[in-house]
Design a protein around this ligand. Structure first.
Ligand code: ADP
Ligand code: MG
Length: 387
């Protein structure tokens, strides 16, 4: 799960990680009073969306006078902000962070994320802050310094020094930097984060270190033990179909193609998407209804796929194991009764109770094409794609 910058900064504050003074605002009036409360100028007004690259896209602006505060807040609130992370359609800005404008001496980078190959949290820093870290990694990988934290030993002092020296910090700044990273690591572990990123981490002209930007992502599977984080969830930033799917515990991700697909098991879902591609079409979604899906889950999954206007056909590919084929068939039939199935549906299923499942589908009178095997299914899906 993703959260906004101002929410990530609230967490930083809770852990004693220094941040600029600031306040969130939902409208121009709130932005004006936030700036007045800060009692300092200039302020920086920052669009709050779940995507980076806001600065370059025009979503982070300086306001030097109270009049400018109003003008800038007016311009950013309600704008459709396009950044390299939002895609061309952009994102509507509904909140801004009003923050004290700081005098920046240097912009650094700090990132923390689990490294799958070593199964450890990797902390990386770079002197090349404020720019795209992917670009730094591609062009000048030597500018990125990494340490891996042993989960039993925790983040150790020598590792903190390794990072600090890698950043060429002077002794007065090392003293501020070391405890700050230790606190971030504590936050990372205690909240089951999948990413903590500060870009830029700044050194101010009065020689302080602060998190000027803040990005924190959480492992969805651990959210049940972080109720306070759930309150940070902003449905406006999520795809409505994905929000709907999450209500039924469905693993659904919207994609750009036009062939909807419903599959059980993530591995089979990936293979099915490959098959759709191989057939010359593009998947409209990833959907894993799960091994032990109920009739209701199948019904909702099918309904959610059909609600996507881009979908020109649906491919249901099920291996009946714990999810029996008759349960699947019943779910599809129930969903078809409730929504208008306006597109062709190809279904391929094998496994437990497959005969019973086929009979349910036949008896339903639904307009379904039953595929005998995967190759056959692929050809039928290709036919749909060609119209
Ligand atoms: P994004 O990464 O989405 O572009 P950032 O929060 O990193 O957004 O802001 C972009 C740039 O704006 C920063 O690199 C920094 O130069 C400037 N900036 C952001 N916040 C402030 C602030 N409070 N004071 C001064 N400059 C700021
Ligand atoms: Mg940034």
């Amino acid at each position: 799960m993703k959260i906004h910058e101002y929410q990530a900064k609230e967490l930083f504050q809770k852990y004693g990680v220094p941040i600029p003074r600031g306040q969130v605002a939902f409208n121009v009036e709130e932005a004006k009073s936030a700036a007045a409360e800060l009692g300092t100028l200039p302020v920086v007004i920052k669009a709050q969306i779940h995507a980076g690259g806001r600065g370059k896209g025009g979503g982070v602006k300086l306001a030097k006078t109270p009049v400018e505060v109003e003008e800038v807040a007016q311009a950013i609130l309600g704008m459709t902000l396009v950044t390299h992370q939002t895609g061309p359609e952009g994102r509507l800005v509904r909140r801004v962070l009003v923050e004290e404008g700081l005098a920046i001496e240097k912009e650094l980078y700090l990132g923390m994320l689990p490294d799958r190959s070593s199964a450890r949290v990797t902390i990386m820093v770079s002197e090349a802050g404020g720019m795209d870290i992917e670009e730094v990694a591609a062009k000048t990988p030597e500018k990125i310094i990494k340490v891996q934290v042993d989960p039993l030993l925790g983040f150790e002092a020598f590792q903190a020094r390794q990072l600090a020296y890698g950043l060429n910090l002077e002794p007065d700044l090392v003293k501020l930097f070391v405890p700050m990273v230790a606190r971030l690591y504590k936050l990372f572990c205690e909240y089951d984060c999948s990413l903590v990123e500060i870009n830029p981490l700044i050194i101010t002209r009065d020689r302080n270190i602060l998190a000027l930007d803040a990005k924190v992502n959480f492992d969805d599977n651990a959210l049940f033990r972080h109720k306070d984080i759930l309150e940070y969830r902003d449905h406006d930033e999520e795809d409505p179909a994905e929000v709907e799917a999450s209500k039924y515990n469905l693993n659904y991700i919207k994609m750009d193609g036009n062939i909807g697909n419903m599959v059980n098991g993530a591995g089979l879902a990936m293979a099915t998407m490959d098959i759709i591609k191989l057939a010359g079409a593009d998947p409209a979604n990833f959907l894993d209804v799960g091994g032990g899906a109920s009739e209701e889950m199948v019904e909702n999954g099918f309904r959610i796929i059909l609600s996507d206007p881009a979908v020109k056909g649906v491919f249901i590919n099920i291996f009946g194991g714990i999810l029996r084929c008759d349960i699947l068939a019943q779910g599809v039939v129930e969903a078809a009764k409730k929504v208008d199935v306006r597109v062709p549906v190809v279904i391929r299923m094998e496994g437990t109770n497959v005969e019973k499942g086929r009979k349910i589908l036949e008896a339903s009178g639904m307009n379904l094409t039953v595929a005998s095997d995967l190759t056959d299914a692929a050809q039928k899906v290709a036919a749909i794609a060609k119209g």
